[in-house]
Design a protein around this ligand. Structure first.
Ligand code: 5AD
Ligand code: SF4
Length: 471
């Protein structure tokens, strides 16, 4: 589905660099825009290129190949890509003047949606490759090296996951103790504002055996927490070992049996696909973290209908109540759009009221952005830009207040955190709370990958402070 996408802070570079041994090795710089699905895809593209002798670098200046893994969800995202391509064109020219080659590739959803248009608008681009075809990247680059400008945006008939090389354990280890694992792609919901069904195609679930194998591989390499990804992850379905129909809840029960896998998460979900089994998983599984990203988008039933969300505000609130009744400590996160065509002030206030009722720990909110080709773009009554901006400001003030209240409510609590990376000062480590907050703690005798008990003693702008306790 869905509302798949939690925007990452600005842009996240993909995989951690692999140590360079051969000075002649080709280097690839991958810049990732958009959602976690793209972060996962960037990592896998890095894997595909590793088999061609590329290593990833975090320094664009030293890259032989610059790959932009793009997002098309809002208008500005595509424009950002075109301006980045303008800068890269200059860089490529300078390189050529110094007798050194630099190739440019565009991957992801802008590649899928714009195709030929990218080659037309950005003459320096060598390869355009869609989200379903990136396993063909090595061949596409070979063709580009022979002078062709390559487009690979067909929905591949073969399964890309079957064709991608398995990630080396040492490489997985270098990426840390948490990992994404895509289990589902595409969306059949057709919310009227959203390009995803057109860029990522219809819903496809990866088979159970493939997911279990990848999860086991991650755990064998030291991963302690896996976040299952899908545009509409809770629509995942597969065949169980006895040929029975499995949903995401069943998959979570099965994954929680993997020894050493301490934590599970999943994102993003659609309210219509939160079935009983999944809610039971939240009740029963201690490995399943009490955090749920469940976008609602708006609080007015008329707007929800116009968005083709297929649920009312009341149904959403009742669903949250059911989930909270079995897992009272669950933290809720959501996505919101303000200024959908025709949204009145009173309808916007319905969104504020819904937020007041639900109380979110975290949220992402956006001004409606017209996406050509979606039904929303055909609607008359577009809301004025200033009105959208003013509504967004009010909504974000309320969401920020709730986020702070949630963080302050954590102070004094004793919780387990998964240590993920070194902190700023010696002896300090940064861990992750069950509710996805960063937690700073002095934990000299502990290691990254450990789960330790801490007491939360304070809040910062984007993180919590804690002291270690023995339990
Ligand atoms: N305009 C604004 N926000 C959008 N989103 C998706 N499409 C649009 C659009 N056209 C938001 C939704 C979705 C999140 C990933 O991005 O809130 O859940
Ligand atoms: Fe999510 Fe709706 Fe877009 Fe599907 S169409 S990805 S459910 S916002």
């Amino acid at each position: 589905m869905s509302d798949q996408i939690i925007p990452l802070p600005a842009t996240a570079e993909a995989a951690a660099p692999v140590p360079v041994t051969n000075p002649n090795t080709r280097k690839v710089f991958i810049k990732t825009y958009g959602c976690q699905m793209n972060v996962y895809d960037s990592v896998r593209m890095g894997d595909a290129l590793a088999s061609e002798g590329y290593v990833t670098t975090e320094a664009m200046e030293e890259a032989d190949l610059v790959l932009l893994n793009t997002c098309h969800i809002r208008e500005k995202a595509a424009e950002k890509v075109y301006s980045a391509l303008g800068r890269l064109r200059e860089m490529k020219k300078e390189r050529a003047a110094n007798g050194r080659e630099m190739m440019i590739g565009v991957a992801g959803c802008v590649a899928q949606a714009e195709g030929e248009e990218i080659l037309r608008r950005a003459p320096a681009v060598d390869v355009v490759i869609g989200p379903q075809t990136y396993h063909r990247l090595p061949q596409a680059l070979q063709r580009a090296r022979r002078g062709e400008r390559v487009i690979e945006t067909d929905y591949a008939v073969e399964d890309k996951f079957e064709h991608l090389p398995k990630t080396e354990k040492a490489v997985i280890r270098s990426r840390g103790v948490t990992s994404f694992l895509t289990v589902q792609e595409g969306c059949d919901k057709f919310c009227t504002f959203c390009v995803v069904p057109y860029t990522r195609g219809s819903e496809v679930s990866r088979p159970l055996a493939q997911i279990l194998e990848e999860a086991q591989r991650l755990v064998d390499a030291g991963v302690r927490e896996i976040t299952l990804l899908g545009q509409n992850v809770n629509a995942w379905h597969g065949e169980g070992p006895k040929g029975d129909a499995w949903g995401l809840g069943d998959l979570l029960y099965r994954l929680s049996e993997i020894p050493g896998l301490a934590r599970l998460r999943y994102t993003t979900s659609h309210p219509r696909d939160m079935d009983d089994r999944l809610i039971e998983a939240h009740r029963d599984l201690r490995t399943l973290m009490p955090y749920l990203h469940l976008p609602v988008q708006a609080g007015s039933d008329r707007v929800l209908k116009a968005m083709n969300r297929r649920h009312t505000a009341e149904e959403y609130v009742r669903l949250i109540e059911r989930i909270r009744s079995v897992r009272p400590d669950i933290a809720l996160s959501g996505d919101f759009i303000v200024g959908f065509p025709g949204e009145t002030e009173a309808e916007f206030e319905d969104t504020l009221r819904l937020v007041e009722r639900v109380r979110y720990a975290q949220a992402f909110s956006f001004k409606y952005s017209t996406r050509p080709g979606t039904p929303g773009a055909e609607l008359g009554s577009q809301v004025a830009e200033e009105v959208k901006a003013e509504r967004l400001e009010r909504l974000q003030a309320l969401l920020l207040k709730q986020q702070q209240e949630f963080a302050e409510g954590c102070v004094g609590k004793v919780i387990d955190i998964l240590l993920e990376k070194p902190g700023r000062n010696a002896g300090q480590l940064i861990g992750r709370s069950p509710w996805l907050q960063s937690v700073n703690v002095d934990a000299k005798s502990s290691q990254i990958g450990d789960i330790i008990s801490v007491r939360i003693i304070g809040t910062g702008p984007n993180s919590l402070f804690a002291e270690r306790i023995e339990r």
